[in-house]
Write a protein that binds this ligand. Structure first.
Ligand code: PLP
Length: 426
């Protein structure tokens, strides 16, 4: 069977395929640059694994308290080495990115402290963690105050007001690398470094934490290379490489990681406990695959930007911008557009391709959210996935794809749905 027929058997019309193929032709050079970064990051991860002397004994399962869990401790050494940091907490007991961020924050903040976000509103689920929206158990309930300085209209840092917001109570500065459910630009690692340098000049002892979700391995450097005291992320996003079935990480300065560990387990116990339950191999192997998986996802994001920009939709980042995370936002302006796009992504999946996604009231979000994910791991967004809150400007956030070819099919399928529904014209 020819490739075109194969695509047709998956529901892609020759017109849609031709439109996509022509766009793909124009992206060759960018794809080569992505491959070069993946090569660099692959070596970085390999070096960390070799230096930590990873061996198959580290894949053995532990149970119970998990004392002397050599596989877990060595995995944490690998993460610390790969991210050029002193220490790491990489655990299945960190349930998600939100949980890891909550542990990093609550472990390092004390009553009376102030938390500052100098990059605007944080990711939706953190609103309840911090207490921006009142919530039982929030940092606010524990006497931690929150300040925020928004980015300027052109996306740059509001240095004047950031300087004013830093005071004797400021204990921790949280910087979100990725745009999340926002249409601001994602921050490059270099810009994060500039912001950290500015903050530390005013108050050297402040802890700078970076929410690194979706950013890992997109560039050759990470926020820990430019002064971040802690970086935090989810293993069912980039660094799990699609294989980790659960988990989160916190990597950084020894004292920050120790405090987080006392919050995760208990004061006095810290990193010494927490059985890895046979998940270690997937954590190691997922990290090993992550650079190439991230490269595939990035190609998909750039392909989507080019397809939808050409059709007249708003895309962030745009078709030519440099990339600092794997997320692509496309603004459709109507609920129907968001829903059709998500239906297409779902229909392209290896798992549950036959179901139709619908908007629902997800915990932690303030509007109904539609999610498309035919994933091997529930909610995994390093796998091909799309979600969008059903509220203006009706933007969809697309990310992932364990392989570039799957990401490509997903975009073509979404386009097919939009074309069939009369919502886009080739
Ligand atoms: C995904 C994400 C989170 C939260 O992670 P979950 O694993 O979904 O809880 C936090 N911040 C950013 C920027 C994210 O993209």
């Amino acid at each position: 069977m020819e490739l075109e027929e194969m695509y047709r058997s998956l529901g892609i019309s020759p017109e849609v395929l031709k439109f996509g193929t022509e766009i793909e032709e124009t992206l060759k050079e960018r794809f080569l640059a992505i491959d070069a970064n993946a090569e660099y990051n692959q070596m970085k991860v390999l070096k960390a694994m070799q230096d930590a002397r990873v061996s198959d004994i580290h894949f053995a399962a532990t149970t119970g308290y998990g004392y002397n869990d050599l596989g877990r401790d060595t995995l944490e050494e690998v993460y610390a080495k790969a991210f050029h940091a002193e220490s790491a907490l990489v655990r299945p007991q960190l349930i998600s990115g939100t949980h890891a961020l909550h542990i990093a924050l609550s472990g390092n903040l004390r009553p009376g402290d102030e938390l500052l976000s100098p990059v605007g509103k944080p990711y939706d689920t953190l609103e309840e963690v911090i207490g921006i929206r009142d919530s039982v158990g929030s940092l606010k309930e524990y006497g931690v105050q929150y300040r925020q300085v928004d980015l300027l209209a052109d996306g740059s840092f509001d240095y004047e007001n950031i300087a004013k917001a830093i005071n004797e109570k400021t204990r921790l500065v949280t910087i979100q690398r990725s745009k999340g459910y926002d249409t601001r630009p994602t921050l490059s690692v270099q810009r994060i470094g500039e912001l950290i340098a500015f903050v530390k000049k005013i108050k050297p002892e402040v802890i700078c934490m970076v929410d690194n979700c979706y950013g890992e391995f997109v560039e050759r450097i990470e926020p820990t290379d430019v002064g971040a005291d802690m970086i935090v992320g989810s293993l069912i996003k980039n660094p799990g490489g699609g294989l980790a079935p659960i988990g989160g990480y916190i990597v950084g300065r020894q004292d920050c990681i120790d405090r987080a560990s006392y919050r995760l387990s208990a004061p006095g116990l810290g990193k010494e406990v927490g059985a890895s339950l046979g998940l270690n191999q997937s954590f190691y192997q997922g990290l090993f695959l992550s650079p190439t998986v991230v490269a595939g996802a990035l190609k998909g994001a750039i392909f989507a930007a080019n397809v939808y920009e050409k059709l007249g939709f708003g895309v962030v980042p745009n078709s030519t911008e440099s990339r600092h995370d794997i997320i692509q936002a496309v603004t459709f302006g109507t609920p129907e557009g968001v829903i059709a796009f998500c239906e297409g992504i779902q229909a392209a999946a290896p798992v549950d391709s036959f179901v139709t996604p619908e908007p629902w009231d997800m915990p932690g979000y303030d509007a109904p959210v539609i999610m498309a994910a035919g994933a091997f791991v529930q909610g995994s967004s390093i796998e091909l996935s799309a979600d969008g809150p059903i509220k203006p400007p009706y933007a969809v956030y697309f990310q992932g794809g364990l392989t570039w070819y799957h990401a490509k099919l997903g975009i073509l399928k979404s386009l097919q749905k939009l074309v069939d529904a009369g919502l886009a014209k080739l």
